[in-house]
Design a protein around this ligand. Structure first.
Ligand SMILES: [Zn+2]
Length: 86
């Protein structure tokens, strides 16, 4: 007798307590022009998001991991793809 393929078996899922890691690419220097308090943890930060929010990168990544599908924080464009600055 076999127990394989029983109806109602659920596939293994990652634990809900471990959100998938999100990695933001903030290589542009202007991200370091902040100097206020992080909007997420309320501690001092020199970082700034695209929307102008003072926020730690790690806090933004953690927020994104907990809010999948949101675009409150986004990565910079890849290097070498310059916007029309002719
Ligand atoms: Zn923070």
């Amino acid at each position: 007798m076999t127990t394989a393929g029983l109806p109602g078996t659920t596939p293994t899922r990652p634990p809900a307590t471990a959100p998938p890691p999100v990695s933001l690419d903030w290589h542009d220097g202007w991200h370091f022009t902040g100097g206020g308090r992080c909007v997420l943890c309320n501690r001092h930060t020199v970082l700034r998001s695209h929307a102008g929010e003072d926020v730690h990168k790690v806090c933004a990544e953690r927020w994104l991991a907990r809010n999948p599908g949101k675009d409150r924080f986004v990565s910079d464009l890849p290097r070498g793809r310059r916007r029309g600055t002719a």
